[in-house]
Design a protein around this ligand. Structure first.
Ligand code: SAM
Ligand code: SF4
Length: 447
């Protein structure tokens, strides 16, 4: 979601005549798009602000803006930092080019956030226009784009800041989403990822018709140039589940990849988290997915060290991970977020060391499963949408040849690295897998 917002703001600034630079020494304006999900993300912003404060001492004209969730959460508190000139919430990002111009001229600080985020009107024409006008293929990952299907969240998981900074759940009109997909397809996009905090609760009523995510997937599949459609993130619920799984099974363009965070395997903790399912119900959802969509890859999220999580609770999570057999999962240490129910009512009573130990242990359990699943690809050929150079492009690259190490992903989201011509970036390639590690497949490509 933040990557999409950054792309939109970058495109809008370029349209307004600004040049983008990744060298702070050369910049007149620095904008930081922020995340509030965990304290650590916010700490990184504060440490970066310390660095920018120092820069401003030598370049007093440098303009510093904070945009996104932290801006919405902290508002004035951020503006009080001497080095901060603009504080702009996620719903106000369409104003960014104007705000920057204004502050460059007047040198006065500006704050713009939503006053009462939970009472925000569902219609937000400014955001809607901004989205359609500035959405474009991500230049850094050719042939791919994110498209927002929904904004906000209504789930109020007790640990989570998102509903308080992104506002209520709003589904975008299907016509707008499809129009945007067609535009992106025309610009060479081959893979789109539909975004929503709980994408499977997408619901849009137009007269008699109520559209759900399966409807969007079906219409998107009719766009010729779009070859792969992914969607994240899903909330574990039966509602619309069968329809969405059936769409994945029936529509070849819909990738067989489901990100379905469980958060915990302990029913006591799930209840305290305000997640509306038990571990058994969650496992039944996975079974249903595997029965309906053969070969589906599933990814999960977990929080360890939630208030009052005992060793037994943690063992229940380990047991769930073993049964779930995820392709991969993301594990986070509980981080109390001010203003959430978890922070107000529960004590962050699992010591940091215990959180760390559980985090490492759970990842180790998952690593073994990922290793078993990835090794099944050995000797097989997989279709990959190539993103570009890998993090270590020099690896296995013969001197003088134009075959650096490239990276791409399969439809089921497996990361694949191989050596090949850079011209493959943004193209599909057939890669024969010659080696595997838990999270990466290694292979070779013919062309
Ligand atoms: N909407 C998605 C969902 O419900 O699965 C994910 C939203 S959140 C941005 C991404 C992940 O961050 C969550 O799945 C959760 O595991 C983790 N997370 C959220 N709040 C957290 C907190 N206070 N401490 C630690 N991890 C947290
Ligand atoms: Fe946060 Fe829960 Fe909403 Fe996901 S579903 S964004 S974890 S409140």
């Amino acid at each position: 979601m933040n990557k999409l917002d950054t792309a939109l703001v970058s495109a809008a600034l370029q349209k307004a005549g600004f040049d983008l630079s990744d060298n702070v020494e050369k910049c007149d304006v620095v904008l930081i798009n922020t995340c509030s999900v965990r304290e650590h993300a916010e700490e990184k912003v504060f440490s970066h602000l310390g660095f920018l404060k120092h820069k401003k001492e030598t370049n007093p004209n440098l303009l510093v803006g904070i945009i996104g969730c932290m801006a919405q959460r902290l508002g004035n508190e951020l503006l009080e930092h001497k080095e901060v000139d603009i504080v702009c919430g996620p719903n106000q990002i369409p104003q960014i080019p104007e705000l920057v111009k204004q502050v460059l001229k007047s040198k006065n600080k500006i704050l713009t956030v939503t006053e009462n985020i939970r009472q925000e009107s569902p219609e937000n024409p400014a955001l809607e226009d901004f989205e359609s006008v500035y959405d474009r293929a991500d230049k850094r990952i050719p042939a791919q784009a994110y498209v927002r299907a929904m904004r906000g969240c209504n789930k109020f998981c007790s640990y989570c800041i998102v509903p308080y900074v992104r506002g209520p759940e709003v589904s975008r009109p299907p016509g707008k989403i499809i129009e945007q997909l067609k535009k992106l397809a025309g610009e060479g996009v081959k893979q789109v990822t539909l975004l929503g905090q709980t994408i499977n609760s997408y619901k849009y009523t137009a007269g008699e018709k109520v559209y759900n995510l399966a409807d969007i997937l079906a219409t998107a599949s009719d766009i010729d140039e779009i070859e792969w459609i992914k969607f994240v993130t899903s909330y574990p619920t039966r509602k619309n589940y069968d329809k969405i799984l059936q769409a994945m099974a029936d529509l070849p363009k819909v990738c067989r990849y489901l990100h379905l965070p469980a958060q915990s395997g302990s029913d006591k903790i799930l209840k305290a988290m305000n997640r509306k399912y038990t571990s058994q119900e969650y496992l039944e959802l996975l079974e249903k997915a595997r029965d309906t969509v053969p070969g589906i890859a599933i990814a999960g999220d977990f929080i360890v060290g939630f208030p009052s999580e005992t060793e037994d609770d943690f063992e229940a999570t380990v047991s769930l991970v073993k049964k779930a057999r995820y392709k991969n999962c993301f594990v986070f240490k509980y981080s109390p977020r001010p203003g959430t129910i978890g922070d107000k009512k529960l004590q962050d009573n699992v010591p940091q060391q215990v959180k760390k130990k559980r985090n490492i242990e759970l990842l180790a359990v998952q690593e073994k499963i990922s290793d078993e699943l990835s090794s099944q690809f050995l000797g097989k050929t997989v279709r990959v949408l190539v993103e570009g150079l890998s993090k270590k492009p020099h690896l296995n690259a013969e001197a003088g040849s134009d075959r650096p190490q490239l990276v791409g992903r399969t439809a089921a989201d497996w990361i694949v690295v191989f050596n090949g011509p850079t011209s493959l970036a943004g193209e599909f390639a057939e890669v024969e897998i010659t080696n595997t590690s838990p999270l990466t497949l290694f292979g070779k490509v013919e062309n």
